[in-house]
Design a protein around this ligand. Structure first.
Ligand SMILES: [Zn+2]
Length: 72
């Protein structure tokens, strides 16, 4: 952690399942995809995908942190 100000988001989003992972991660822990994007917006934290309507509507099956929208 540096004191330098950065407008960069602390996470990048998997282009396949939209999972948010730290920048140093090279492979998505949720779906195994290796493609990520910095252009995402909105965060949803899914704790109980079985019972979450939002998770269902976004197609999220595993608990974790996801971007709601991809693309700038
Ligand atoms: Zn993924």
């Amino acid at each position: 952690m540096s004191a330098r100000r950065s407008r960069k988001a602390p996470f990048k989003a998997c282009t396949k399942c939209k999972a948010l992972v730290p920048h140093e991660v090279t492979k998505c822990p949720i779906c195994g995809n290796e493609s990520f994007t910095e252009n995402w917006s909105g965060v949803i934290i899914v704790l109980d995908p079985e019972n979450s309507k939002i998770a269902k509507s976004l197609g999220i099956k595993k608990k974790g942190k996801y971007a709601i929208r991809l693309g700038a």
